[in-house]
Design a protein around this ligand. Structure first.
Ligand code: MRU
Length: 349
């Protein structure tokens, strides 16, 4: 089964409700920028590239909704749509990348009638979705080469089809390796507190008969010490200009462990996730989510009542712990400011 995480259907955006997976597989419909922003905030859709695609459709939906208004009302309404989408989640730069791309398209046709602008923005959202799948396949091809036949590969969170428009970034590397005939197996960290590993990565791999073993996050060190992990591949939400990588909370811990055990630590990273405006990982905004997520899961709470709780949702892995960035342009080994600049200019070093 090929998952369509987001799809344009009957003049509306539909997104798989990832909060209820794997117990149920259901699409929710979206007609406005504000509702898409709420879908992003509440994690109906999540994962950096998927958030970017959703935001692009959010802009297009808003333009379609406002297309019969006077030009000035259209403009004001569109600005409000951009604002609400930009405020939905802070860490994944793909959100801001997609909004900027949609704004440029809007500016390029701003003189046209709102109906024409809306059609142009919708076409761009479709293109961003299609492009994301192409990019993931290219990354997959580059990354698959790095995995030897029989490799046991650990991943954290979900950087799969569900986190993108399709195929996935880290899980795309696994899919491409399998497609190339390699017999790999995946170790999925459960990924507390939202359980993207247990609920989403494990589900995706099981659907496609890619061998997968689920572990709790605190088992990764043991597995590595036992010699049961050959490589780590994760996704990312934002890479700073010096190669520091923000990804799901717990990734830093995995990277430190990988270094300790001399295991390659790769980050699958589309160019849209690299933020040259941020010099180092220290400046990447880290989302703090509701403490309810740490208290327990859904309605069941196990934490002691009254205890102080923190819930930072991402952490930063310093570039020195990254063996390589897997991008659509190729693999950048030991990424640093210079190699990232060259990569963005079109060269892989
Ligand atoms: O909070 P989430 O589920 O949106 O976090 C997702 C991740 O951290 C992913 O690893 C990252 O976005 C890369 S997805 C290709």
């Amino acid at each position: 089964m090929k998952v369509e995480t987001l799809r344009w259907f009957n003049n509306r955006l539909e997104m798989v409700d990832q909060r209820i997976l794997p117990a149920a597989f259901e699409y929710l419909s979206y007609y406005t920028a504000a509702s898409v922003a709420e879908g992003i905030r509440s994690m109906v859709v999540r994962g950096a590239p998927a958030i970017g695609v959703a935001a692009a459709y959010g802009v297009a939906l808003e333009a379609l909704r406002l297309q019969d208004k006077l030009a000035v009302e259209f403009k004001d309404g569109m600005e409000a749509g951009f604002t609400v989408l930009a405020a939905s989640r802070p860490t994944a730069v793909n959100l801001f990348w997609a909004l900027q791309r949609m704004r440029r398209v809007w500016e390029s046709v701003a003189e046209q009638a709102p109906q024409q602008i809306a059609q142009r923005l919708l076409a761009e959202a479709h293109e961003i979705l299609a492009e994301d799948i192409r990019i993931n396949k290219a990354m997959g091809a580059h990354g698959a080469v790095l995995l030897k036949d029989g490799a046991r590969v650990l991943t954290h969170c979900n950087a799969g089809a569900l986190a993108t428009a399709g195929w996935g970034t880290a899980l795309g590397v696994f899919r491409s390796a399998v497609e190339a005939g390699k017999k790999i197996s995946v170790i999925a960290d459960e990924t507390r507190p939202f359980l993207q590993g247990a609920r989403l990565t494990a589900w995706e791999m099981v659907q496609e008969n890619i061998p997968v073993t689920l572990i709790t996050d605190n088992m990764a060190g043991y597995m590595m010490a036992q010699g049961e992990v050959d490589a780590v591949v994760v996704g990312t939400d934002r890479v700073a200009a010096n190669g520091d990588v923000a990804n799901k909370i717990g990734t830093y811990m995995v990277a430190v462990l990988a270094k300790r055990h001399n295991i390659a630590f790769y980050v699958a990273c589309p160019l849209s996730t690299i933020d040259l405006n941020i010099a180092t990982g220290k400046d990447i905004p880290i989302e703090e989510r509701s403490i309810e997520e740490v208290k327990g899961f859904r309605d069941y709470h196990w934490a002691a009542e009254g205890v102080k709780i923190r819930n930072p949702s991402f952490d930063v892995t310093p570039a020195e712990l990254v063996t390589g960035l897997i991008t659509e342009r190729g693999v950048v080994l030991s990424p640093d400011a210079q190699s990232i600049r060259k990569l963005m200019m079109g060269r892989v070093v």
